[in-house]
Design a protein. Structure first.
Length: 218
């Protein structure tokens, strides 16, 4: 099978890039990654050379080009079925797709107020009641999935998969901002950060020289 290449934004800040990269890492498909620094004068032009939407991540695999994180996951689930990126049982798979799509489409207040910043810590950072509502909904999703499907492992549906990749940037945010979590959610955040791929991403983020003042709060 051809080697893939994924084009990303800064690993410290780009939550959508993390999602696609984690899915690719989980799939077992050989790949290279290319980081395109965000918010530079030539960023849009550079990304448009690979992505018709002008956004990252972008997965290139032979003649296939995919520029959306969830679509990347669906493609990888098709070509790497042994990776188990979606649960095997149809009802469980439907549930995993539903919570992944909810993450894909929602939680705008949280995203805006608590941007991903892997290498920093901002405990006590203030946020609105709308952000708290997002936190409450996300942790409810986590508790529900862990209660119903978590016997096979520490992730939302037992073993790691697309749903976990979709929520990994949120787990990172919760750690960065010191969000007070229930026991189940705390254990899940720990499990996400225990993934070898997540450790590799976090280390790369810490080694990046780029700094974007929009996402730094002190």
């Amino acid at each position: 099978m051809a080697k893939a290449k994924i084009y990303l934004g800064n690993k410290n800040y780009s939550s959508w890039s993390l999602r696609g990269w984690l899915m690719l890492s989980m799939s077992g498909l050989a790949f290279d990654d290319v980081v395109i620094p965000l918010d530079q004068p030539d960023t849009t032009e550079t990304i448009l050379a690979y992505s018709p939407s002008g956004r990252v991540p972008v997965l290139v695999h032979g003649e296939v080009r995919i520029w959306d994180s969830l679509a990347i996951g669906e493609y990888l689930a098709e070509i790497c079925p042994k990776a188990g990126l979606w649960p095997k049982a149809r009802p469980t798979r439907a549930h995993a797709r539903s919570v992944s799509a909810e993450m894909h489409a929602g939680f705008v207040p949280l995203r805006a107020a608590l941007p991903m910043n892997v290498r920093r810590s901002f405990p006590g950072h203030e946020y609105s009641s709308e952000v708290q509502a997002d936190i409450n909904r996300i942790t409810a999703i986590w508790r529900g999935c862990r209660k119903q499907y978590g016997e096979g492992g520490p992730f939302l549906f037992g073993g790691p998969g697309i749903a976990d990749a979709m929520f990994a940037p949120v787990a990172s945010r919760f750690r960065t901002y010191g969000i007070d979590l229930d026991e189940t959610s705390t254990s899940y955040v720990k499990a996400i950060h225990g993934l070898t791929a997540m450790k590799r991403w976090s280390q790369a983020a810490k080694n990046e020289p780029m700094v974007n003042d929009r996402y730094e709060f002190d």
